[in-house]
Write a protein that binds this ligand. Structure first.
Ligand code: PBG
Length: 325
């Protein structure tokens, strides 16, 4: 027999002890559930690359939100799918009053005033180029794009959004949006900045859902290089100075070190965006019987909490809420 003072296995001896000494936990309070809305009536289409995730017309979306709320989920993030015919070079559909997205926001807030509703601010769902900013001669213009992003943000705040989520990665957009929101009287509308958003292959299924893939090139002149972490600190410093209320790292699973770095250096809540490709990988492997989908999901989500995330934006929100209850 070994003479051992320390036997770490004693703290793993039973479920009760393991739960007692657990350093981190998941709660339904952590989750924001991303949802997709499109035009029409009576529509509920499954996204083929995201089993269990649907695009809804507004009437069906409202029905689905009842179910989301019944799962104990307190927050959603809404993304629109627009037909090609509504897209143009400057994304003007994004700030016109009474359009699909703005109308949906208002209806949701009317029906579910307690639900925290977050928006997405970027040109891609509205742009005929499929980029997050305005394109000229093959280049993405920064300052001109920020002007549109500001108009879009104010329109979303007017429609009732609680949290504005700029996902475009243009320089200076958080400060410009903060100033415009304040000038219009929306001092209580908060900004969750997509601070460290990487040029990632893990967004593929989301672009299927929105039919928003870029028509040329890639997003590498505005989204970050997966090789960098110091640059995330610079982005976070700027967002902090410009007035962001919460910071986000996206994607999450391959970027846990970035989550940890921002958590350790900034006194703001940190959100992990558990993106579409991360969801799709687990669902696909589970459908093939190659992994236990529920267990892999919970392990993936707790890794984000362990890294330091306060909030998780995840397509798994309903599945995980079911297991937690
Ligand atoms: C739009 C946007 C994207 C995602 C969220 N907002 C796609 C992109 O930047 O190309 C991806 C989310 C996901 O993959 O789940 N700017």
């Amino acid at each position: 027999m070994l003479i051992l003072n320390r036997r770490p296995r004693r703290n793993r001896v039973s479920a009760g002890v393991r739960d007692m000494v657990a350093e981190h936990s998941l709660s339904v309070n952590d989750f924001i559930f991303p949802m997709f809305v499109q035009e029409g009536k009576d529509i509920k289409v499954e996204i083929s690359s995201m089993p269990g995730i649907y695009r809804f017309s507004l009437d069906q979306l409202l029905v689905e939100i009842e179910d989301v709320v019944a799962h104990g989920i307190k927050s959603i993030c809404l993304f629109p799918n627009y037909p090609e015919s509504k897209k143009d070079a400057v994304g003007s559909e994004s700030y016109k009053e009474g359009t699909l997205y703005l109308n949906a926001l208002s209806e949701i807030k009317n029906k579910f005033p307690e639900l925290v509703v977050m928006t997405d601010v970027a040109l891609d769902p509205y742009s005929s180029d499929g980029h997050d900013g305005i394109v000229k001669d093959g280049k993405i213009l920064n300052d001109e794009s920020v002007e549109v992003l500001v108009k879009m943000s104010v329109a979303q705040a007017k429609a009732g959004a609680d949290i504005i989520g700029p996902s475009d990665m243009m320089d200076g957009r958080v400060g410009a949006i903060r100033q415009a929101l304040d000038a219009e009287g929306f001092t209580h509308t908060s900004i969750m900045s997509y601070t460290a958003k990487y040029a990632s292959a893990f967004y593929g299924p989301f672009r299927d859902a929105l039919e928003s893939a870029p028509k040329f090139g890639d997003k590498k002149t505005y989204q970050m290089n997966p090789a960098n972490v110091k640059e995330a600190i610079l982005e976070a410093e700027l967002d902090f100075e410009e007035g962001a209320d919460m910071l986000m790292v996206k994607p999450a699973f391959s970027y846990l070190d970035v989550i940890k770095t921002l958590k350790e250096n900034f006194p703001l809540p940190i959100t992990a965006y558990n993106v579409s490709g991360e969801y799709a990988m687990i669902k696909a492997a589970a459908q093939n019987g190659w992994i236990d989908g529920d267990k892999a999901m919970m392990e993936m989500l707790i890794s984000m909490k362990r890294a330091g995330a306060d909030i998780i934006l995840t397509y798994f929100a309903k599945d995980a809420a079911r297991l937690l209850s």
